[in-house]
Every structure is written in C-alpha cells, then in structure tokens.
Design a protein around this ligand. Sequence first.
Ligand code: SAH
Ligand code: SF4
Length: 344
Amino acid sequence: MVPLLGLNTEELRTVAATSGVQAFRGNQLAEWLYQRNARDFDRMSNLPPAFLESLQKHFIIGRSKIIITQRSTDGTVKLLLELSDGARIETVGLPYSSHYSCCVSTQAGCPVGCGFCATGQSGFKRNLTAGEIIDQVLSIGEILKETGNHGRGRVDHVTFMGMGEPLLNYDATVKTLKLLNNELGLSARNLTVSTIGQVPGIRRLSQEKLPVTLAISLHAPTDDLRHQLIPGFVRWTVAEIISAGRDYVSQTGRRLTIEYCLLNDVNDHAGEAQQLADLLQGLNCHVNLIPFNPAEGLPYTASPPQHVQAFSNLLAKRGIQVTERARRGADIDAACGQLKQRNC
Ligand code: SAH
Ligand code: SF4
C-alpha cells in the first residue's frame, strides 16, 4: 500500500487521473491531506465514492500514530510517534511570542554519532520519508488546534533540528521543504535546515532555488577539536565547511547561522572564541550559542554562565553577531540533543 502523504498536488492529480476521475480531485485530496489533516478516507465527503473506494484499495493516508504527548512547563510539546514499521521518533512544538515552531526529525536515530548528542548515541535505524517528516508538522498542528493555545493555531516555522542529519537524507528533506512551502504555504525563510557540516549537501541545497535558512553546527573552530567531538565524521575540514557556507550565502542571499554548543572547558575558552571570530570574519552570519543539554551517558557538562558571557562578549567585540539560545523543554527531554529512539 502506497502512502499518499508526501505526494504534492501535481502527483495527487496524477493519482486522480489514473484512478479514472478528473484531475482536480487531486487538488481536493491535497486539501484533505495538508490543510484539513485527514487521518482517514471517511471524512473526505466531497470525493466521489468510486474514487474513495479505489484509493482505499491501493493507498493508505500515511499518518503516524501519536504514542505519547508530553507538555513542558514552558509550553513546549514533545510527541513520541510510531511509524508504519514500528520505528519510533520524536518531534517538538515550540511556542514563541511571535510564531509557533515545529522541530522535525529526519532520521530514526543518527549515523553521525556526535559525542555530545543523545540521538547520536542511540544508533541509526533508517531515513524517514518526506511523508513521515511532514506528518510531524501536521501532528503538532493538531495538538495546537486541540489546545488552542496559540493565536493562529498553526505551525509557521519548521526547523530540521530534531533527530538525524537532514543532509544525509537529502531527497526527503528537500521534498519536505517544497511540500511545506507549496502545500502548507510556509515561507522558505521560515524553514531552517541544520547540518553537522555535510559539504556536498550544503552545495546541492544552495542550487535548489529554495532560500531556506541554513544552520551549520560547527561547535569547534579547529579540525582537531572537531574531531574529538565528532569522532566518526571528520570528512570535511572546518575550512571546507565554512567555504561551503560562504557560497550558500552568496547563492541564496540568506544570512548563515553558526551553531556552537558550549561544553565546559572543552570548546569554551577565549582562545576558541578568537579562532572562531577569525574564521567568520566578513561572513554574513550570526553565531547561536547553545547551552549543552545533559543526557544520560554523555561525558560533558554545560559551560557556567561566566564562560558563556565571556565567549559571547569576545565574539561581539570582534564584530560577530551572537545570540544565546534559551533552553526549552528540558524538563521533558525535548531540548536540543536530547531526543532519542525509545521503545516505551
Ligand atoms: N544533525 C543536525 C540537526 C539535528 S541536531 C545537526 O547536528 O545540526 C540540532 C542541534 O542540536 C545541533 O546544533 C546540535 O549540535 C545540537 N545538539 C546536539 N546535542 C546537543 C546537546 N546535548 N546539547 C545542546 N545541543 C545539542
Ligand atoms: Fe546527528 Fe546532529 Fe546529533 Fe550529531 S548533533 S549525532 S549530526 S543529530
């Protein structure tokens, strides 16, 4: 059985035409899937019964099952979702004063295995499909509608910062970006892809004519230090990664985000701040300092406030734009790097 979720309007029109009904029925199907969050065919009352019967014979809708919903005291919501083959992933909804953001997973687990990330330590199961990625946005959207706790009641920002490395699942990531843009009407500038620095993927993405925001998780200004933090994945040097970032900025006109997770006495000294500032001179970027979120078995601790402040001040003094990311949803293990594969 083929899932319908993940197909765009054009593809759904083809489904309609090959099922022997007029192509515009595909547009109605798209509306049911992406605007009205249909979970079963029975609700699709404006479609001809014969078409519905044929759909039911050959297709499934392709929604995941919500297994657990957790709510943080700060409004963050985390869902544990079960996919059709039993794989389980997590997705997070984050309310802000001006918008509502969904942080999606692109893989079940992650093959990169960063030493400071709970996802990386939980192994890798498989890539997600575009349908399974966009389903996360729809599921968070449903929770929003139920609780009505946010003005427009819909997700308007999506960050690819959940479980997995999006650029190692390139095709599904780009297909999802296009679906979010075209089917859900989200602006490309409100979509952020975060990568550990997969250079070929960054270069391909810059050619997509989809000016999404790119975030590069750098975490270290030198190859040696990066190698310590990300032992299995140092295929590209820091210089190659920053060069790909520079090209992304010139191709898309978008400001680059550099993510830097501050680990106490590992990458948070004045020396590293200076090296980072040298590296980023003249680049249209801002540095997002991420507080380290502890998880079981991770051998690091968060930098104390005085290290964070000194690091941030030093960058600012060198003319680098810098922000400190607030820790969100930590009480439900929904903060950056805390998502992992769970079986219960
Ligand atoms: N694989 C991609 C996207 C998912 S990780 C990437 O690495 O960019 C999303 C962000 O969370 C990354 O910047 C990552 O470095 C950060 N992160 C991972 N583990 C963390 C932890 N324990 N504490 C804080 N941030 C973490
Ligand atoms: Fe994978 Fe990103 Fe976690 Fe590294 S930080 S293990 S790339 S999810």
